[in-house]
Each structure stands twice: as C-alpha cells, then as structure tokens.
Write a protein of this length. Structure first.
Length: 553
C-alpha cells in the first residue's frame, strides 16, 4: 500500500494532479478541495489510497489522513465505489458526512451527484455509528470545495461544487455533449420532480416475512446483542464459536474463517457483529450481489488491516471471478490482479493482511465445494423454540421501553414462526396497538387483539398462507394441484407462493410437495376446522373410518 506522497506538483488537472516523487511522476485523482491547495512547481504532501481494479491501479490523494480514512470507509457501504466516495468528499468534509449520517439527513446526502433518496437511506443505515463522531467545526458540514466565496453554499443547501448547483452542473454537461441549452433545460425540468420527491415503496408488507427492510434493519441494530453471552438460543453454536474465538485470541492470531447458514431472520448478521466485538476488531460489511467484479473484491481485501473481520452476506451470490479470487485470499492472504489483456497481460501479486471472513448464506447448497471447504468453522442456525423467543421479546421490550406482561410475550412468541426478526416486528406492532387502543401495556388480551387485526393467526399464518391453504382444501379437495394453478387461484405469482408461503407451510406440516403437485395434510384440514375427504370422495364425518388406503396414512 502507498500511504502518502511527498513531492513536487508538476501538473494540475480539473480532477487530478501529477506529483513528482524521486523522478517518477505519479498521477493522483483528488477531490476539488485537495486540488485547490496545489500549485505547479511547489512541494505537496498528500495521504493516498490505492484502489485495485482488474485493469488498473488508481491512486487517490487527500489533504488529510482523516479524509483518506473516510474515503476508504465509505467504500465499505453497498453501491459506493471510489468515484462516488470521492464525489461525497467533494461535497462534504469528513465531519459534514459524520453529521449528516448521525442526523439521518437523507436530503443532504441526496445533494451528492449520483446519490438518490434510496441510496442515501442505505448509506445512513450501513454507516451509522461507523464514521465516528464529528471533530471539526460543528457549524460547517461542507468541505471547502462545496462553499462559495462568502462562506455559504450557493443556494443554502449542501451538495454544491464551487458555486454551481446540481442543475447547473447537469446543464453544463449536457451542453458539452452537444445539447442545445433550451433542450437541456427542458430535460432537467422533466427529471427534477423525480429526483426531489420521496421514493415510494411498491410492495405489500407481510408482518411474518423473515426478510427485513431498510427501516427494520436500523431498529434491529439497536436490539442486537453485543456479546455471545447476551445471545439467546443456538446454545451448541454459541459454545462452538466461543471455543474458536477464545483459542484464536490466546494464540494471538486471527481465527479461522466462519460460515453461517440458515433461514433469514435467525441472527447470522448479529453473530458476525458479535465475532468482531469479541475480537475487538473492526467489521467490514458487504454482500455477495454488491461485489460484481473481481476488482471490487480485490480493492476491499487490499484495504483491510490486520485482524479485521470481513462479513459477506448472501455469499452464495458472489460473481464467479470474485469467488475464485477469494479462494487464494482465504488460504494464502494474497490476491493476483491481472493488468492488461492478451499476451501483454501481467499478474501483479498483492499481499493481504491476515483477516477473518464471516460468510452468511440462506442457501448453503449453492456454495461451490472449493469455497465451502475453505471455511474453518461452519455453523447452522435452527429455528427458535417459543420459550427462547419469549426471552428475546422480553429483552427487546426492555430496550424499547415497552411494558410487557409474560402472557403477552408468550402470545407473541407462539405466532413468530420460530424467528426472532418476526418476533421483534410483531412486538412493535402490538406495542402500537396497546398505546393507541389500550393502556400501553402489552398483555395477552392486547397481543391477541392486535395480531388478529394484523391477520396473524395462532400458528403464525398470515393472509397469504391461509389463502393458499383455503384454496388447496376447499377448491381442489386437498390436492394434488400444480404450483402454477395454485398461484393463479390466489392471485399471486408462482415464485411468490413457492418462495414466500410454501417454506413455512411445509415446515409446519400443513402441505406436502409431491411429484403430482401440492397436497394438503390432515393438519391443514384441522387448522381450517374441516374434515378430510373419505376415499369414496365425500367429506368424512366424525364417526367415519378413513381406512388404511387414505392419502394421509
């Protein structure tokens, strides 16, 4: 790694400078604020960050180590590459970014070119608490390049470059591309409402979905335990992890790489954070889909410090080139970067500081064997028992300041599908019900009334689950019926029925998958309060004996 440069500035461009160090001219990409302090022929010292790509090694320069460290930390958030991170530092000072993230000022972050409202929300979610506390002037969050000559932003908003608003920048760019000024103004007027209006989420919320949205992840962050001793459930996995971590700390080395598998919502991300906390090491978080190229992974790996923990969620969705690069990094702590193409291509080996990779997957079977075998420890998370969920709910209620009765906790736990994420979600909805329509106390009566209102029954089934069961039993006599037919009957996509509703229904023993189609079990008929049909085709009565040849024997 190149930590800094100290040399003579030989040339300054709008977005970069050439610094002569020992007779070698190094091309350094810089923010406008950094470039403003350069004068050709004068000596300059800049902190640098080397970004590795498949076809290039790019050097970025900064006026301070704080700015350089912020630049590298920004790239750990999903969807932020070097250029977008540089644009953020061209708009804000490091302290300005810290204040915007700490205050969850989404509007200020959208002033950065290339960041929309959803992107800003994701940045706030992923970087909250990781940028540190502001240390500069609290009165000014903008960097020097974002402030006009009188010390104020040109239109009173953050997000300006010099004295140009974002519309001025877009208009100038379009005119430089050959647009007529009038056409450029019309195009800006068309897209401006979409850029400034809050984004709408086009989806139907399921209260018992194990998947978390952006707002829920932020709430989960406050409820997550910080140590293994605070983690509820998964006793065997907890004990195994404790041995792995304690042994590594006694040896003074990074622990083996850890693979966590299991359904969503059971605590894989929480355990990754606990591993970093127990080791006293920084945590870098990313996801498989966010690493599109091997160069993205190489840049992240080469920026790791010794002992850091790298968490890759949905690791089974890594791109194949990145996956193959990860093999070498996990075993030998080294990556090979190819520069150029064809006969002139050169492999540049780059050392990686010893680190611990924590991978999480909901589909362990999709991981290739070479990658799976490189993990020194593999743990599987199972669904939780009702009493374990009760402990989690009571702990969350204490952190949220909710007055909770034990019978209320038991009622919520019984309808949570064995998943802590669902339990916490239902607790918040019941709390809302108790505060608005009750005395603010979450009792069994309040929990039952609230969950009936939200259409979550005593077994944890919601509207879609019951619709699938009802159609299967009442319209098709219990089946067998094909997936596409079943999906049309409940007015949903086949993928929705198969991936959202069926997993829990199968696990609960309410439906069965057969070569001929989906079949309702006896438990499904009993759940709906109906009797299964007799072999003759009529619905069985209470005194009928279905005999040994029925579908359910």
């Amino acid at each position: 790694m190149i930590a800094h440069l100290d040399g003579v500035v030989t040339a300054v461009a709008p977005d970069a400078a050439v610094i002569d160090v020992g007779g070698v001219g190094l091309f350094v990409q810089c923010s406008p604020g950094t470039l403003a302090g350069f004068r050709p022929g004068e000596r300059a010292k800049v902190s640098t960050s080397l970004v590795v790509r498949e076809d290039a090694l790019t050097l970025y320069g900064f006026g301070s180590e704080d700015e350089r460290n912020t630049f590298e930390l920004l790239q750990t958030a999903s969807g932020i590459g070097p250029r977008l991170a540089l644009a953020m530092l061209a708009t804000f000072s490091p302290d300005g970014l810290r204040r915007a993230v700490a205050a969850e000022d989404v509007t200020a972050l959208t002033a950065v070119p290339g960041i929309g409202r959803k992107g800003a929300q994701r940045i706030v979610l992923e970087l909250a608490g990781r940028l540190g506390s502001p240390v500069g002037d609290p009165k000014s969050g903008l960097s020097a390049s974002a402030v006009a000559a009188d010390g104020r932003a040109a239109d009173g908003r953050p997000g300006l470059i010099g004295t140009l608003t974002w519309k001025d920048q877009v208009r100038t760019g379009l005119v430089n591309l050959g647009w007529q000024a009038r056409d450029a103004d019309q195009a800006i007027a068309i897209v401006e409402p979409d850029l400034l209006a809050p984004s709408e989420v086009d989806r139907t919320e399921r209260f018992v979905s194990p998947l978390a949205d952006a707002d829920e992840r932020q709430i989960e962050g406050a409820l997550r335990p910080r140590q293994l001793s605070e983690f509820v459930g998964q006793a065997r996995l907890r004990e195994q992890l404790m041995l792995v971590l304690e042994g590594a700390m006694r040896r003074g080395k990074a622990p083996d790489h850890v693979l966590l598998s299991g359904p969503p919502g059971l605590g894989k991300t929480t355990i990754a954070m606990i591993i970093a906390a127990e080791l006293g090491a920084p945590l870098r978080i990313t996801s498989g889909p966010a690493i599109e190229r091997a160069g993205d992974l190489a840049s992240m790996l080469t920026s790791l410090n010794g002992g850091e923990v790298l968490f890759i969620d949905e690791i089974h969705r890594l791109a194949r080139p990145a996956e193959e690069m990860l093999y070498l990094a996990m075993e030998d702590f080294r990556v090979d970067v190819m520069l150029g193409k064809g006969p002139g291509a050169t492999a540049v080996p780059l050392d990686v500081a010893p680190f611990t990779l924590v991978g999480a997957t909901t589909r362990a079977g999709l991981l290739p064997a070479p990658l799976r075998d490189r993990f020194g420890f593999t743990g599987h998370l199972d669904f939780y028992e009702a009493d374990e969920l009760g402990v989690i709910i009571r702990r969350s209620a204490g952190l949220l300041g909710v007055r909770l009765h034990d019978d209320g906790a038991e009622e919520i736990a019984g309808r949570s599908r064995g998943t802590p994420r669902i339990a916490n979600r239902l607790l918040r909805r019941v709390r809302d019900f108790a505060e608005v329509r009750g005395d603010g106390v979450v009792s069994k009566v309040a929990a039952r009334a609230a969950l009936e209102l939200y259409e979550v029954d005593e077994s944890g089934l919601d509207r879609l689950d019951r619709a699938v069961l009802t159609v299967l039993v009442e319209r098709f006599g219990g089946g067998p019926v094909g997936l596409s037919t079943l999906a049309v009957a409940v007015s949903e996509e086949a993928e929705t029925v198969e991936e959202v509703a069926e997993p829990f229904l199968v696990r609960a023993g309410l439906i069965a998958r057969t070569p001929r189609g989906r079949v309702a079990t006896q438990a499904a008929w009993a759940h709906l309060g109906l009797m299964p049909p007799s072999p003759s085709g009529r619905q069985a009565g209470p005194g009928d004996d279905a005999g040994p040849s029925t579908l359910f024997d």
